[in-house]
Structure formats: C-alpha cells, structure tokens
Design a protein. Sequence first.
Length: 294
Amino acid sequence: MRAGHRAFWPYLLIAPAVAGGAFLLLYPLLKAAVISFQHFRMGELIRGGAAFAGLDNYVELLSGAQFWQVLLRTLVWTATNVVLIVVLSTGVALMLVRLRRGLRLTLMSALALAWATPIIAATTVFQWLFQSELGVVNWLLVTLGFDSFQGYTWFADGTATFAVLVVLVVWQSVPFAALTLYAGLTTIPIELYESARIDGGTGRQVFWKVTVPMLRQLFALVAVLEVIWVAKCFPQIWVLSQGGPDDATTTLPIYAFKIARVLHRYDLGSAVAMLTVVILAVALVNNLRRMVRS
C-alpha cells in the first residue's frame, strides 16, 4: 500500500461513524429549523404541504410575555444548578485527592453508580422520597423536630418543586464533574504544592493560586458541559412535575414540548427549540473560543 493510501485509510475507517453521527445530530436540527419557518400544525403533519410563514412564529413568541417569563426561569434554573454542581464537585474532587486508597475507591464507585443510574429510575426514586405521606424526607424532617412537614406536599408548591428538581439534577451531575476534576487534580505536579506550602501559603491560597490556574480550562469545560446539560434538561422535569405547578418549573425545553404536544403548534415549538439553541450558542461561544485557543 502506497504512503498516500495509508494516510487516507484511517479517515476511510471512521467515515461511516462520522457520517452516521452527523446525520443523527444535524438532520433533527435542520428539520426543526425548517419547521420553525413554516405553518406546521396537525393538518400539515398528516397531509404535508406546510406553507412558508417567514418570521411569524418568532414574532409571535417574542411579542408574548410568557416566553420571556420562561426564559428568565430557565436562566435562574441553569445558573442555580451549574453553580451548585461546580462548587460541590470541586469539594468532592479535593476530598478524593486526600482520601486513602480504599476510601477513595469506595467513593469513586459510589459516584460512578449514581452517575450510571438511569434518569427515569432516579427521578421515580425522588418522587418516592418526597411523597407527602410515606416519603422518607418528610419522615426524617418530622423525626428531627420539624413538625410542619407532617404530610407536606412538596409537588403542590412551585418553589418546593423547583428545589426538589435542583437537588435531583445536582445529584445526577456531581459525579461526572467531580471525577473529571479529580482526574485533572492528579495531573498537577506535587512540587507546585510543596513550593507553595514552603512559601507559607495556606490551603485557601494554594487552591486559588495553584489549583485554579492550573485547571482553569478544565473548570471552563465542566461549566460549559453542565450549562448545556442543565439548560436542555427535560426528562427529570417532565416526569416529576410536567412543568408545574402553575408553570413554576417550565423551562424552555418543557415549554417547547407543551406547545407542540398540547396545542399541536409544531411550528411554534420548533421556534422555541431553535431560540434555545441560539441562546446557548451565544452564551457559550466566547468561552468555547477561548478554550480552543488554549
């Protein structure tokens, strides 16, 4: 085999996987983009022949107050979860570095099991935990002396439901972020920490002057991935609350699905989905550009 053919052979081997992945990722995105510019409802879904609507769907969305309320709620939802995930996962990663081998392996195994738990199964377990009469959480709070939680219905209050969903998503996300940051911590030369301690640096100073600068790009990567994952979070919210009560947990993905499913406004739902993609792209493009340059 000639040298030119040998250089081309690896690309030929991965071409089917790349083509399949590109099709599975790009086709739904392009189809949603096309539908968002059409008049596409139940009739068009059955018989076809959707008419071009231009920017009418986007104008309808952006001129209504509900979209902006959902957008603000989505921003609060994403910021709350990402901050908690990054902070807690950083603490867990630092703890893993300091644990003895046996305890470290035990904790890493527990994190891996939590991460591997199917989303729907974990969400169902959280429904049981926060059940009003027989839930473990209410029983534990009452046992600790908080009698007001006797029979408390978590999913009837918007703020309480929001809090339960935050706990669920953070619990599911911390394992990945913690193990990723732990892997990064193991790559930092021990000599840097020893030099910092010899110079009289405290634990906090060593973290901010050594650990954070060395892992800045890894922290940025974890934050970007978590922003994407949290912002598009759908199954946990839908299974637990379906966006309720009173739309208190309706984020952009839930809003798009409810419009398409309940109102059969597939065009408007696609417009919400495309706006979500655009908002995420605008929010993350600068961070991603800096990461690629680094």
